[in-house]
Design a binder for this molecule. Sequence first.
Ligand SMILES: NC(=O)c1ccc[n+]([C@@H]2O[C@H](COP(=O)([O-])OP(=O)(O)OC[C@H]3O[C@@H](n4cnc5c(N)ncnc54)[C@H](OP(=O)(O)O)[C@@H]3O)[C@@H](O)[C@H]2O)c1
Length: 548
Amino acid sequence: MLGDDELAAELGSGPLGTVDNVLYAPVAGGSSIDVPSAYAMFNEARRIATELIALPSPPKLFFLTRNAQPVVDGDRANPVHAVLWGLGRTLALEHPEIWGGVIDVDESMPAVLAARHVRTEATAGDGEDQVVYRSGARHVPRLEPTAATTSDAVLTKEGSHLVIGATGHIGPHLIQQLADMGAGTIVAVSRNPGEKLKDLGRQLASSGTTLVEVAADVTDEKAMTALFDRFGTDLPALEGIYLAAFAGGPVTLADMTDDDVNTMFRPKLDALGVLNALSLTTSVRHFVLFSSISGLLGSRWLAHYTATSTFLDTFASARRNIGLPATVVNWGLWKSLADLQTDAGEVMSNAGLEPMPDEVAIRALPLVMGSDAPVRTTVVDADWPLLAAAYRTRGALRIVDDVLAREEAANGEAPESEFRKELRECPPERRREMLADHIVAMASAVIGLRPDQALDPEAGFFQLGMDSLMSVTLQRRLSASLGIALPAALIYEYPTISSLTDALCERMGYATAEQSSAAARSGLGARAQQRARARKGAAANRLKGHVG
Ligand SMILES: NC(=O)c1ccc[n+]([C@@H]2O[C@H](COP(=O)([O-])OP(=O)(O)OC[C@H]3O[C@@H](n4cnc5c(N)ncnc54)[C@H](OP(=O)(O)O)[C@@H]3O)[C@@H](O)[C@H]2O)c1
């Protein structure tokens, strides 16, 4: 137990070699906009994780946070503790062997009660690794589709809009969008703007919007104070602030240095500290933070980035709580970034995030800024089954459970396919064999085996070389060729040719009563065998000292 001493006394402690679980529970205190504390907390948690990863038989790491995740509007919000949520999501992907989970409680919860929740979660075994306790209820995060808001934000010609990160992938689209929404003056800040915005400035001028370029570092308090002093004097009064700055790059947690963290945190956390403080004496109507869906899903090699996202997310709630405007958007992957094929882009696009055309994505801005919009919105295009399959090879990702279930329900039944017709018309005693041949042919093609290669009907697909993304491809091809909606986890549920054949016969009503109970037995038996093999594999990896 590291952190809160009172909680340590409740939980007891022992030497590291003899413990199964390690808990990092920083004390609640401090102002919610205390940027140095966020650095310190992230770095401390990172170092604990790095030390555990290096152990031959590492224990599980849990975080206990206070008000990192507001559940309802007005709920206390502590962005400093929220960095542990972003770090935890990436830890779950990079080092599932040490990831236990994160539990959030209110800062007023006495240690004796918090200790009870920690013990419950450490042994819960329900696959939930992000849990919030509020007012006696246990909450878990889930993404939910929402209807578009009805009141798009409209900007006034008389105000200034300050865009930080103006020259990146998103900056110019953001500037154009603000002009389309009616902005009269847009002040574009980046450290080295060069000539990047010259053409855009000329275009905007012809349609009545003035673009003012300022070369400044947003974390330079003096420079930003001087800029803010201009609003209401030589520039129109400030109406909106938009933080879309980014710097840094991918690195594993184990290799991450303080410099990597500083570079990533500065244009987000330090920037927010400066902008928030300077905004207090203005009457801005919009304060919009560009955050990422990576904070919700995790992103390998980007623990520092995912931590900044969750800081921003909770920071927006903290601002709203004190009566100030704030909006945060967890963006999915933009096409311009995906096209660059950077490491970060590949990590995200390979995992089922569909690149959103920039011109389309930015059109969500007036909706998320509308007067009836929630403080926080996720704007993403994703292939959810593919995304879930990819992330779940590393660990639990329960946040997508509901969107997956909706998608499966919406898929419904398709018209009868050619192969389904052949099956229906053939002699009943031939159907099982035909279906088994069909599965073999499809599985071989997906894995890349020669058509004449014989497959053992009892061998597991994953033993034969299938990976999680191939399993989704096989599930989809079977769905299409049979004309039935099949669950994304089909191949995990029925991981051999034999068990899958029985299950599909049953699903299509071709199984006899005897075959039906055999299908249930073979599915369970095959899964049990697979699990035993997986356990054996994991133990072997630990002995060899492999991680990830
Ligand atoms: N693109 C995506 O797919 C995506 C997805 C999810 C979320 N987001 C979020 O959206 C935002 C913008 O992303 P992007 O892809 O446009 O990033 P980007 O292409 O890397 O651009 C970053 C911008 O920030 C500026 N900047 C960096 N440090 C600065 C500082 N200290 N002071 C002032 N300006 C600074 C850069 O200009 P200088 O270097 O000249 O200062 C540049 O204009 C980021 O917050 C990112 O996290 C993007």
